[in-house]
Design a protein around this ligand. Structure first.
Ligand SMILES: *[C@@H]1O[C@H](CO)[C@@H](O)[C@H](O)[C@H]1NC(C)=O
Ligand SMILES: *[C@@H]1O[C@H](CO)[C@@H](O)[C@H](O)[C@H]1NC(C)=O
Ligand SMILES: *[C@@H]1O[C@H](CO)[C@@H](O)[C@H](O)[C@H]1NC(C)=O
Ligand SMILES: *[C@@H]1O[C@H](CO)[C@@H](O)[C@H](O)[C@H]1NC(C)=O
Ligand SMILES: *[C@@H]1O[C@H](CO)[C@@H](O)[C@H](O)[C@H]1NC(C)=O
Ligand SMILES: *[C@@H]1O[C@H](CO)[C@@H](O)[C@H](O)[C@H]1NC(C)=O
Length: 434
């Protein structure tokens, strides 16, 4: 049973102006009885901020980032506290792509949302979490792999394919210069200068259950789906720009190269609501001048540069923005210029998982050992930060078990006893040796 909910988006089309892609994701949050909260995040790229701002609805989108004169990325967030278990398409059309070599003019972007109750997780699905920049660029003579972030909050199997069919694209011609693997890697091989130019990329990412599961609709009907049926289908659209050849393709010369402490692609961070995350990004390029960091992520993430290829992204998730109990994708690249050519680094993406801070304590644990007195008295102070979505009152046993497992991982004997005391401290006892 499908229910089609469509939001039609209209916009003024104009010669050099245009849509440069977008991503829509869906996350199921708290489930209570037969209602639950969920959030849809729409990210849209457009050639300028002003037009994008008035296109969708005046003042309802928030700017994420812009690359001066090239694109502007905005987010529209839609949340609901009273969803029921059903499934539907959500999205729209009326988009006009920016000029491109594969002849895509009219754009469509829609997400298929599966919100029937999953028998394996006892709640509705969440879509894979991914992101992309509105414009990804590479010189025509350089090899480049773009491996999309494929984080799935439910641990499902994630695959990609080119869009096809009514909700996924209008003109569906894939870019001839990119080859896509089902594992969501796009590969570009050096090509001739005649292939230079912009290409519209219209992919979809899907999540598949790892075993046969039942989906229960709000009206009580049940369907069984196998590991070859996807649950959500999310759009991943962007403009791929093949630039004039670079004097060299070695990262660190013209193309900026990431240096530590830049997080690796796919890294996951865990933070609490109201806790700031700071991502330090460092890049170098010996033959070009690094000009900017470009990113996609939460709209209120702030970027700063301290010069010489050093950048920071800072973000503090808040309850008012419904950021909790969600894994947020963040993607970034660094750009440099030389002789008025633009050089973009590889794309990196990370995931920031935000809990709803019931317990967030930095505990100094004096590990006291008790009878029989050990031969050498051992008093260790272990500083351990514990973040959990569990409640201290209701899930004491689970928290104690988690702490115990962690201590064992850190070298304590497996027969220790862990007790969480009412003052928040933790007592650890080694059981008496025979
Ligand atoms: C969802 O399904 C599971 C079993 O498949 C069931 O235990 C749970 O009660 C269901 N939730 C609701 C709100 O119907
Ligand atoms: C890109 O991917 C291809 C095929 O997946 C692989 O053969 C190649 O080594 C990769 N190149 C780089 C630079 O990672
Ligand atoms: C799916 O539901 C059927 C009954 O409708 C039941 O027999 C089967 O065990 C269920 N399977 C799972 C994986 O829950
Ligand atoms: C970040 O940059 C903005 C302007 O570019 C500046 O106002 C702000 O103080 C900076 N913040 C930090 C923490 O450096
Ligand atoms: C950039 O960061 C590196 C290491 O984090 C540091 O050594 C260097 O001084 C920084 N440069 C500037 C201009 O801040
Ligand atoms: C810039 O262009 C000039 C002439 O076209 C060339 O000699 C020079 O090497 C170029 N510089 C860089 C950094 O590419």
């Amino acid at each position: 049973m499908l229910l089609f909910v469509l939001l039609v988006m209209m916009m003024v089309s104009w010669t050099e102006a245009g849509y440069t892609g977008g991503v829509i994701t869906h996350t199921t949050k708290v489930v209570q009885g037969n209602i639950f909260t969920s959030v849809h995040r729409y990210k849209f790229g457009y050639s300028s901020c002003g037009e994008l701002e008035t296109w969708f609805c005046s003042g309802c989108t928030k700017k994420i980032d812009e690359s001066s004169g090239e694109w502007c990325l905005r987010e529209y967030t839609e949340w609901s506290g009273s969803r029921i278990f059903y499934n539907y398409y959500h999205g729209g059309w009326g988009l006009t792509w920016i000029n491109n070599r594969n002849g895509v003019s009219s754009g469509r972007i829609a997400i298929f949302v599966e919100e029937r109750n999953r028998s394996d997780i006892n709640r509705p699905n969440s879509s894979p979490q991914t992101d992309i920049l509105p414009v990804v660029r590479v010189p025509s003579n350089c090899q480049r792999n773009i491996s999309l972030l494929t984080f799935d909050p439910d641990g499902d199997h994630v695959q990609c394919r080119h869009g096809s069919g009514y909700y996924e694209c209008s003109t569906c011609t894939p870019p001839s210069v990119l080859s896509l693997s089902s594992s969501c890697s796009l590969s570009f091989s050096p090509t001739s200068s005649s292939d230079e130019g912009s290409y519209a990329v219209q992919l979809v990412m899907e999540d598949f259950p790892r075993q046969t599961i039942n989906l229960t609709h709000d009206d009580g009907s049940i369907v069984s789906i196998s590991t070859s049926s996807s649950m959500s289908i999310i759009p991943v659209q962007f403009l791929f720009k093949v630039d004039p050849a670079a004097p060299s393709c070695t990262a660190g010369e013209y193309l900026p190269r990431f240096l530590p402490p830049t997080p690796e692609h796919g890294a996951q961070f865990f933070i609490d609501i109201n806790e700031m995350i700071e991502i330090n990004i460092r890049a170098e390029a010996t033959q070009s001048v690094i000009t900017e960091l470009l990113f996609s992520g939460p709209f209120n993430m702030v970027k700063n540069s301290s010069g010489s290829g050093n950048f920071t992204l800072r973000w503090t998730p808040s309850v008012s923005q419904h950021d909790d109990k969600e894994s947020h994708p963040i993607c970034f690249a660094v750009q440099a210029t030389a002789n008025s050519s633009i050089y973009q680094s590889e794309l990196r993406c990370v995931i920031v998982t935000v809990s709803n801070t019931v317990t967030s304590t930095t505990v100094a644990l004096p590990l006291t050992t008790t009878s029989p007195p050990p031969k050498t008295s051992r008093l260790t102070v272990l500083k351990m930060k514990i973040s959990t979505t569990l409640s201290l009152k209701e899930n004491k046993d689970e928290i104690e078990k988690a702490i115990k497992d962690e201590l064992i991982r850190r070298g304590l004997p497996p027969d220790i006893k862990v007790r969480l005391l009412s003052d928040g401290s933790v007592q650890v006892k080694e059981t008496a040796a025979p």
